[in-house]
Design a protein around this ligand. Structure first.
Ligand SMILES: O=C1O[C@H](COP(=O)(O)O)[C@@H](O)[C@H](O)[C@H]1O
Length: 260
């Protein structure tokens, strides 16, 4: 487990811009050293804010978009093109504006797609896609993502791993169908904690006052079943990117004094 590092920005706009700049640098560095990069996107307000900031950043042209693999941490299991689907929102915020290779955009299945309305089959299909993309050096059924981003919900959920639901207890499968999610829609598809932990870097995004309690709980030693965000960490780095409002309930010992 890599211990969480915290960066606290003044407000959510600055956080989104700084995180977008950080992501551009990560992708460019990975492409320079390995020829390609892989990023796992998150849904939600903070994830979409980051993508919009990236779309507006002139430095986005430093990325070779054709050599970037995009995956998703979770998806709301809805029909293709539904405005509530994470992929639909990501396309609007950024993806439609950059020259990605469509074969490298690994959206999670829709509820009117190849698996019909069977979220568990859709999850198994996505797990197969991940396994097929993994190299022998990845030591497992999931690629070693360069960066995996997770929005933190006000209830400490990450991806579609909600407190106490079976998905957060999963230790074998890399992707699961989620049923009875407390946040709509109730049916979702999600990476599990073991799949999340395959990433080199895990970035948790939390901006806004409604994330303050969740951040304080997850960073104060809570268990991952009760607070899924506490169980999300990367192989090399776990980074919490917060704004001042989301950091406002953190114990002083955790709050980095020199953040801007
Ligand atoms: O439903 C979801 O919610 C979380 C957090 O969203 P936010 O709007 O509270 O920031 C998100 O990370 C997840 O991908 C999404 O499906």
């Amino acid at each position: 487990m890599t211990p969480p590092q915290l960066v606290v920005h003044r407000d959510k706009e600055l956080m989104a811009q700084a995180a977008a700049a950080r992501l551009i640098t990560k992708i460019v560095d990975a492409q320079a050293s390995r020829g390609h990069a892989s990023v796992v996107l998150t849904g939600g307000r903070n994830g979409n804010g980051l993508l919009a900031a990236l779309a507006a950043a002139p430095a986005r042209d430093a990325v070779d978009w054709s050599r970037l693999d995009l995956w998703w941490g979770d998806e709301r299991f809805l029909p293709e093109g539904d405005p509530e689907r994470n992929v639909t929102q990501a396309r609007e915020a950024l993806l439609d504006a950059v020259p990605l290779d469509p074969a490298r955009v690994h959206a999670m299945p829709a509820s009117d797609g190849a698996y019909g309305d069977d979220a568990d089959a859709a999850a198994a299909g996505y797990a197969d896609e991940l396994a097929a993309a993994a190299d022998p050096e990845d030591h497992g059924p999931v690629p070693t993502f360069d960066v995996l981003m997770l929005g933190v919900g006000p209830d400490t959920h990450v991806a579609s791993l909600f407190p106490e639901l079976p998905a957060v207890r999963e230790t074998e499968r890399t992707v699961v169908g989620v049923h009875g999610a407390p946040k709509p829609p109730p049916v979702r598809v999600s990476l599990t904690l073991p799949a999340i932990r395959a990433a080199r870097e895990v970035w948790l995004l939390a901006a806004g006052e409604d994330k303050a309690e969740a951040a304080a709980i997850a960073l104060s030693g809570a268990g991952e079943i009760q607070a899924p965000a506490a169980g999300a960490y990367g192989r090399s780095r776990t980074l919490w990117l917060l704004d001042a409002a989301a950091a406002s309930q953190l114990p002083r010992a955790l709050y980095p004094p020199a953040s801007a």
